[in-house]
Write a new protein. Structure first.
Ligand code: GLN
Ligand code: ZN
Length: 767
């Protein structure tokens, strides 16, 4: 049975690519040096995969920024605004054009905006969204695909397998930038370019080509289904003698199964980690001409493979269709996993024995194949590791499980409904109409970040560090008082990151030293690993909130990260439902909320910026997810008295399709991002007659620009046309940690001014 890999991480085990790209952008190294770093990384990756015995080693899975942007450049889908990048400065190359598309271009007297970026399905990887225009033309532009194939051929003995995004998914990943057409209609123009590239790959000696079609596992319209047929029939006709492998992942084809297996291609890859239930149907439906690549090793998580389980699937497939037609593979590209577990020397050996990163996952694919050939020893060793995890006292805490099991209706509801709470709270706080506040963080200056680095290195004692953070907190309080904000925050200076901070204080979490995965471009994240039952051994934020509150007469809002966001931005255990893990986190946050209340904090914000991105890929799965995700928030929020005000914050703005669930969270106040959309997104709240209080963002914190008073008044007027006045708060779109103090102060001063102006208007009307 052949061993197949779908893609490998490319940032380098020590984030070499990130560092090289950033040096290139800042002019510290030249193009030659950047290219040589990239070439070295590709060679290392190919060597590792070859040594692990992979038969189909992927190529063109490397990318300087993003594989979808690579595809746009290959297909010549380059928006016109980038033309001057090459014409204005003759020294610029294709690579500079590429980076200009990814990051924008502000040089040579040009000021060109970057292309939009969005999440790659339900991962934390972001891709650059292709832009399509009515008169869109495609032509083979960049020769990256063929160049990398030629390069890979020299590096590995077996013929490497180029990986491209398939034509239908490529179109669906993009966005129409003008009215009057549907991007799927561009297929006819797009296909000849695909045919040209595939034919050239064949001429260069390619045997297998992987075309990623993740949309084949999503909800498809009739038109999109038709497009699949058209595309693959055209390719089959024009490119005889190439073996195309269509790759699906993150879901099952499900109702698209008949379509998927009927495409005239040589192989179909399926994700048996996310969707093992599909195997029977696929085996049943697959025609004899179709081979199957079985994705049994989890490409989205860091757990050691359960060989016994994987072998069950593989053996079942062998019995059904014979091993000649089968490949063993990871469930998806290994892009979403960190490089190498061996580099983690600080992890408890017991836990380390339960994990596998990209390199170890290659080993698992090869182990599975060896076991099938009779190497039973490998199976025995794996069984032991799996069993040790199953029964480990490091994972299982009976009291945590019991507490989750005992959660009842009353734990998820406030004592009285919102209308009454609002009255009680308005009485208690006596705030003006249009109260002003911020979302939590204040600028994380280099000084602040340096403090943390020095604490880690032992150059500062804990006491010295805390004294500095206290100083920053007091300064932030004074600044907020001076600006005249109504509800203050402590500033989050003690936090490195809104998830990591809590993970480090909760039990059941583990942190790696080098477990980086690419988030977008040169940005990498190091998600915590939730390995065990989650509990809260001690207060996490009380000390800082109480400290801040002691230094002012105004209200200081407590600041927590919500359970779904903590879950969403971590590697989550796979031995229980995600909902179960979320409920455990929710109980820990609930305890913190109650502790804050006890410490005299009267407003508590529970941030849930990741609720929306957790939505399942298939609509039919939305209700179940929303049910437990919203439930988890309510568990976290419902332990307090009526007079304690719960806030939540979400930094995105598409609420239309989930507004009833947002309302079901029953937060007393929700703050959202609305400034860039000019309050358009508030309409969802207005149409729904959203009952609770809302702070629509009036200050775009993604830009260093200071908004004027007038602008913000205009936004607030729009909001007051849509919502009851007594429900409106005034705040920025999101936290201010990436901003500079100067901008922040100026913008917030204007914001307070704007609130005053709009209040005056109200008073005039009343009198
Ligand atoms: N309270 C957090 C902050 O202000 C919220 C961040 C977020 O929404 N991503 O930084
Ligand atoms: Zn936010």
């Amino acid at each position: 049975m052949q061993k197949n890999n779908l893609g490998y991480p490319r940032i380098g085990a020590r984030r070499e690519l990130k560092k090289a790209c950033e040096r290139y952008w800042s002019g510290k190294i030249d193009r030659e040096e950047l290219l040589s770093v990239a070439e070295k990384l590709r060679r290392q990756n190919w060597t590792v995969q070859q040594e692990a015995g992979i038969d189909l080693v992927p190529c063109n899975d490397f990318s300087f920024y993003d594989q979808v942007l690579d595809m746009s450049l290959s297909l010549g889908a380059i928006p016109k605004r980038y033309t001057p990048v090459l014409t204005q400065n003759r020294e610029n190359t294709e690579l500079d054009l590429y980076f200009a598309m990814a990051r924008g271009y502000q040089k040579d007297g040009l000021d060109i905006t970057a292309m939009e970026m969005t999440k790659w399905f339900d991962t934390n990887y972001h891709y650059i969204v292709p832009e399509f225009y009515k008169e869109q033309e495609f032509k083979w532009f960049s020769s990256k695909i063929t160049e990398e194939f030629t390069e890979a051929k020299k590096a590995v003995k077996k013929t490497p397998k180029p990986v491209l995004i398939g034509p239908v998914s490529y179109l669906l990943l993009g966005k129409e930038k003008e009215e009057g057409f549907h991007r799927i209609d561009l297929l006819k123009k797009l296909l000849p370019v695909y045919v040209e590239i595939l034919s050239e790959l064949k001429a260069l000696g390619a045997e297998w080509i992987q075309l990623d079609e993740p949309f084949l596992s999503l909800d498809l319209t009739e038109k999109e289904k038709e497009a699949y047929k058209t595309a693959y029939e055209a390719i089959a006709k024009a490119c005889k003698g190439i073996n195309i492998m269509v790759a699906t992942y993150f879901e099952e084809p499900g109702d698209n199964t008949a379509l998927a297996v009927s495409l005239p291609v040589s192989a179909l890859h399926i994700d048996l980690v996310r969707a093992p239930q599909q195997l029977d149907a696929i085996l049943e439906a697959a025609p004899e001409s179709l081979s199957l690549s079985l994705g049994v090793v989890d490409g989205r998580n860091i757990w050691k493979n359960n060989y016994e389980k994987s072998l069950d699937y593989i053996r079942k497939a062998i019995d059904a269709i014979g091993e000649e037609r089968l490949f063993i593979a990871p469930s998806c590209s290994l892009l979403h996993t960190p490089y190498d577990l061996d580099a983690e020397t600080g992890i408890d050996p017991e836990i380390k024995n339960w994990l596998a990163f990209a390199k170890q996952k290659l080993g698992e694919i090869s182990d599975l194949s060896d076991i099938l050939e009779g190497n039973e020893g490998l199976l025995e060793e794996n069984r032991k590791a799996i069993e040790s995890r199953r029964i480990s006292s490091q994972i299982h805490k009976q009291e945590v499980k019991d507490r989750v099991a005992a959660i009842s209706e009353k734990d998820t509801t406030r004592h009285v409904g919102f209308a009454l709470r609002q009255k009680i709270q308005k009485n208690r706080f006596g705030l003006p109409l249009y109260p002003t506040t911020t979302i939590g963080s204040f600028p994380q200056t280099t000084d602040i970040r340096r403090l943390r680095a020095r604490l880690k290195k032992g150059e500062l004692t804990r006491a010295e560090y805390e004294a500095r953070i206290e100083k920053a907190t007091i300064e932030a309080i004074r600044t907020q008082e001076k600006i005249g904000l109504d509800v203050l925050v402590h500033g989050e200076f003690e936090r490195n990151d809104m998830v990591e901070y809590f993970g480090e204080l909760l039990e059941g979490f583990l942190f790696t030293r080098n477990g980086w995965v690419q988030s977008y471009g040169s940005r990498c994240v190091k998600p915590p690993i939730i390995y065990g039952d989650v509990s809260r051994p001690e207060d996490m934020t009380v000390r800082w909130s109480r400290f801040a509150q002691q230094h002012t007469d105004r209200i200081v809002k407590g600041m927590l990260t919500g359970p779904v966001t903590i879950l969403q931005w971590s590697f989550v255990r796979d031995d229980q439902a995600r909902s179960a893990t979320t409920f455990q986190i929710a109980l820990a946050i609930r305890d913190e909320v109650v502790a804050l209340e006890k410490a005299g904090i009267s407003m508590i914000q529970i941030d849930e910026p990741a609720i929306r991105e957790g939505l399942p890929l298939r609509k039919k799965d939305w209700p179940a997810y929303l049910n437990w995700a919203i439930g988890a928030f309510r568990i976290a929020a419902s332990g307090v008295q009526d007079e304690t005000q719960i806030h939540t914050h979400m930094c995105y703005s598409e609420f239309n399709d989930i507004i009833e669930h947002i309302a079901a969270m029953d937060a007393d106040v929700i703050t959202i991002e609305t400034s860039r959309s000019q309050m358009e997104l508030l309409e969802a709240f207005a149409d729904f007659k959203y009952p609770n209080e809302i702070g629509p963002g009036v200050y775009d914190i993604h830009s260093p620009r200071v908004p004027t008073v007038e602008e913000m008044v205009t936004l607030l007027r729009k909001a007051s046309a849509l919502l009851p006045e007594e429900n409106i708060w005034v705040n920025p779109d999101c936290g201010l940690k990436t901003r500079k103090w100067e901008e922040t102060e100026a913008a917030l001063t204007n914001m307070v001014q704007a609130a005053k102006k709009i209040r005056e208007k109200v008073e005039q009307v009343v009198s």
